[in-house]
Design a protein around this ligand. Structure first.
Ligand code: PEP
Ligand code: MN
Length: 262
């Protein structure tokens, strides 16, 4: 059993009663764009920026991320704006580089069961955001989390991001029930990513409302100044105006839930 998950007593990564938002483009594209984004987010009280430097793409022929250069850009954006950086790791050989430059290390859906990577990340003292594999059950996700806890890392965030079903209207199916299920088992914070689960820009705001209402601790979301020019995942990415509207609506529901946006 995943006993350490069940008995989790890690220190709180975020203030109690905070609904945390992690926002940013799918991929790192340009330093000035990210600085503008970071300042925009900070003006709305959002303290975490996401952007992938290394992108795990289904096709080897699509944009793979700016890689090391992308990580350097993130490092500059962090230094210039003070925003916290969340970005995905692909391989254990990158850990040192990530430890120095990143605030929360993301393990993507495709690596959820990369046990060698999980064991290595379990040995460091950095928050890990562990996404659910799109072909994984809730229990398999919790076992993956147990790998991190077993090695001693108790700074963990779980992130639901949808699962593969037979439904073609969305990219994946957002398994919203995983949030209260996981929360009934463990005190580990649970976030939800409506962007990768739906793959549809028009669904992001309604799903975000559901995510805060279902009791999640936070939201990870793709935002871009000009979504149509986003180098990856443009169909699910919202613009600044939509982001402001999302924040207003999420804030209203968060207030009912006794939470504040952070
Ligand atoms: C991402 O958040 O950039 C991403 C690739 O998501 P996932 O691993 O959930 O597909
Ligand atoms: Mn993406």
């Amino acid at each position: 059993m995943y006993e350490k998950v069940k008995q989790f007593k890690g220190k709180a990564l975020f203030p109690v009663n905070q609904f945390t938002i992690i926002a940013g483009p799918c991929a790192v594209e340009d330093e000035e764009q990210l600085v503008e984004m970071a300042l925009f987010l900070k003006a709305f009280g959002v303290t975490h920026l996401r952007a992938g430097a290394y992108k795990p793409r289904t096709s080897p022929y699509t944009f793979q991320g700016l890689e090391e250069k992308g990580l350097t850009i993130l490092q500059h954006v962090r230094a210039r704006t003070g925003i916290k950086i969340v970005t995905e790791i692909m391989d254990a050989s990158q850990i040192k580089m990530y430890e120095d430059n990143v605030d929360i290390i993301q393990v993507g859906a495709r690596n959820m069961q990369n046990f060698a990577l999980l064991k290595a990340l379990g040995k460091i003292k950095k928050p890990i955001l562990l996404k659910r594999g799109f072909g994984s059950t809730i229990e398999e996700w919790l076992y993956a989390c147990e790998y991190l806890l077993n090695e001693g890392n108790d700074q963990i965030i779980l992130c639901e991001r949808g699962i593969k079903t037979f439904e073609p209207m969305t990219r994946n199916t957002l398994d919203i029930s995983s949030v209260p299920i996981v929360k009934s088992i463990t005190n580990i914070p649970v976030f939800v990513d409506p962007s990768h689960s739906s793959g549809r820009r028009d669904l992001i705001i309604p799903l975000a409302r559901a995510i805060v209402a279902v009791g999640a601790d936070g939201l990870m979301i793709e935002v871009h100044q000009q979504p149509q020019y986003s180098v990856s995942d443009k169909d699910e990415t919202i613009d600044f105006q939509e982001f402001v509207s999302l924040l207003e609506q999420v804030q209203a529901i968060a207030t009912v839930m006794g939470k504040k946006i952070g």
